[in-house]
Design a protein around this ligand. Structure first.
Ligand SMILES: NC(=O)c1ccc[n+]([C@@H]2O[C@H](COP(=O)([O-])OP(=O)(O)OC[C@H]3O[C@@H](n4cnc5c(N)ncnc54)[C@H](OP(=O)(O)O)[C@@H]3O)[C@@H](O)[C@H]2O)c1
Length: 92
């Protein structure tokens, strides 16, 4: 697998582990597309990334998943890596 020149979609890329992955991939010459629910959080994260873009949307909602997938494939058909990072953990 090549580690540079990819176009990578990272769900939950606006914070935490997803943003850390986005920064690493961005710094090593990959185009990064981040996703998250909060537009404000996405815009803050984009300031830390070079040439990255965002697709806002909630992946827990089916209609949103479809919209996000359509936007991704229409605008960025060159996407060749998807990192399914968004999620939440619940501890008892
Ligand atoms: N941190 C840990 O120790 C740990 C351990 C094991 C596994 N994990 C898993 O690793 C992943 C990332 O964890 P993290 O600690 O980096 O979490 P985090 O800091 O809370 O970040 C979560 C990211 O996902 C986005 N997000 C959350 N729900 C979303 C949804 N429904 N649709 C789209 N985006 C959503 C958040 O942005 P918005 O809030 O704006 O949507 C944010 O960008 C999660 O799947 C978590 O379960 C984490």
């Amino acid at each position: 697998m090549k580690t540079t020149g990819n176009t990578v979609f990272i769900s939950g890329g606006s914070a935490g582990i997803g943003l850390a992955i986005a920064k690493k991939l961005n710094a090593s010459g990959n185009k990064v597309i981040i996703n998250g629910r909060s537009e404000e959080r996405l815009q803050r994260a984009l300031k830390e990334l070079d040439g990255a873009v965002a697709i806002q949307g909630d992946l827990s909602i089916k209609a949103e998943r479809i919209r996000i997938a359509e936007e991704l494939t229409e605008k960025y058909p060159e996407v060749n890596i998807i990192i399914n990072n968004a999620g939440a953990a619940f501890f008892k």
